[in-house]
Design a protein. Structure first.
Ligand SMILES: Nc1nc2c(ncn2[C@@H]2O[C@H](COP(=O)(O)OP(=O)(O)O)[C@@H](O)[C@H]2O)c(=O)[nH]1
Ligand SMILES: [Mg+2]
Length: 346
């Protein structure tokens, strides 16, 4: 323990002097008023340096590596109990803003996390996200067929394949269908991700062919996952073909959203999903995104649920059932899942 005494006209000045001299880990042991102002005793304990709450985070914009790992650039770490101080609210807000969250969402989550009253930012963040977001993972054996809708490049085809492989690993049979112009390679991507031969992916030449196949599957009571055409948001009703197929099969339309989008566009798309009656979103490309929290505010405000999180190409690690704890691990930079999660597909 290294201790020092600081004298200044006010307590605030004394604290500033202590932090300037001893760094942000300084803790206040005592302060007494004197005739000249305040006398402050502060200490740093190298054994109890500021804990690294997000040990695997890499530095973001204008952040030092240490700030990224503590999540506490602006936290006034002044606690009289001898613990390295950490301001949970500031740490959470900092982390979320660094990860691209809008200010409103970052502040609301930070306040909710701080109100939980714990000492650990990861736990506080998970609690706050749990309170502010809905999580509804698609089970390995989906109870309804699924029609995946999203913009070109959002990851519909890859996700369709990953969902089908997940079902197969879990012992559930689902058919796979793709409706995408050949040059887009959707069918190939679906087949590859699902580890099925190309011929096993039903891909009709026209929408009527899709309806016929859907009717046949419905008669057999066979579930399917359909990689729908890319949304053209300038069209009158961009969801029309997907909705017709979903209605014919009593299937659920699920929105696919790339986490690499522009924040404003992601927010617009979330609103369009909501208007179209969609209830769940699969947030993809989180492993590639440098602003992993950018869509969370819009999703939270829309009250839509997060179903799965796309974190890469493989199954199971590349498509994770969404939960507050998984989101925290992803935001904290932990990309690989612990091996115990391998079986946790549903
Ligand atoms: N690393 C990574 N790549 C992804 C993810 N989701 C999609 N991709 C890639 O993004 C590109 C577009 O995906 P695709 O499924 O073809 O999108 P679609 O146009 O919506 O069908 C492909 O290169 C995919 O491999 C993801 O979660 N992680
Ligand atoms: Mg595709």
């Amino acid at each position: 323990m290294r201790m020092k005494v600081f004298r200044a006209a006010s307590l605030a000045d004394a604290i500033s002097a202590a932090r300037a001299d001893m760094g942000s880990e300084a803790v206040i042991l005592s302060s007494v008023r004197t005739s000249e102002g305040v006398e402050l005793r502060a200490a740093v304990d190298p054994e109890r340096a500021r804990p690294r709450f997000f040990p695997n985070r890499r530095a973001g914009d204008g952040e030092t590596a240490e700030e990224a790992r503590t999540g506490a650039r602006s936290a006034p770490p002044v606690h009289a109990n001898g613990m390295p101080g950490i301001n949970i609210r500031a740490a959470l807000r900092h982390l979320l803003v660094q990860e691209g969250a809008d200010e409103l969402f970052a502040q609301s989550v930070a306040a909710a996390g701080a109100n939980l009253g714990g000492a650990n930012p990861s736990t506080a963040l998970a609690g706050a996200l749990q309170a502010m977001m809905n999580f509804a993972p698609i089970p390995a054996g989906p109870d309804r067929s699924i029609v995946l809708v999203g913009e070109a490049g959002s990851g519909r085809s890859l996700t369709a394949g990953k969902l089908a492989l997940t079902a197969e690993i879990g012992g559930f049979g689902v058919e796979l269908m793709s409706f995408e112009a050949e040059r887009m390679g959707g069918r190939e991507r679906v087949a590859c991700a699902a580890r099925r031969p190309l011929e096993a992916i039903f891909s009709p030449a026209n929408p009527a062919g899709m309806l016929t196949e859907i009717a046949a599957l419905r008669l057999e009571d066979t579930r399917f996952i359909l990689d729908a055409p890319p949304l053209d948001l300038r069209a009158g009703d961009p969801f029309a073909p997907a909705r017709e197929w979903a209605d014919a099969a009593d299937a659920e339309m699920v929105g696919v959203l790339s986490a690499q989008g522009h924040p404003g566009e992601m927010s617009d798309l979330v609103d369009r999903f909501k208007e179209a009656g969609i209830r769940r979103i699969i947030l993809t490309r989180l492993d590639l995104s440098r602003k992993k929290a950018a869509a969370l505010g819009a999703i939270s405000r829309s009250r839509l649920s997060l179903a799965q999180l796309g974190m890469g190409l493989m199954v199971p690690g590349g498509l994770l059932p969404a939960s507050a704890h998984r989101l925290v691990r992803i935001l904290a930079g932990e990309t690989s899942e612990p091996s115990s999660a391998r079986g946790a597909l549903s």
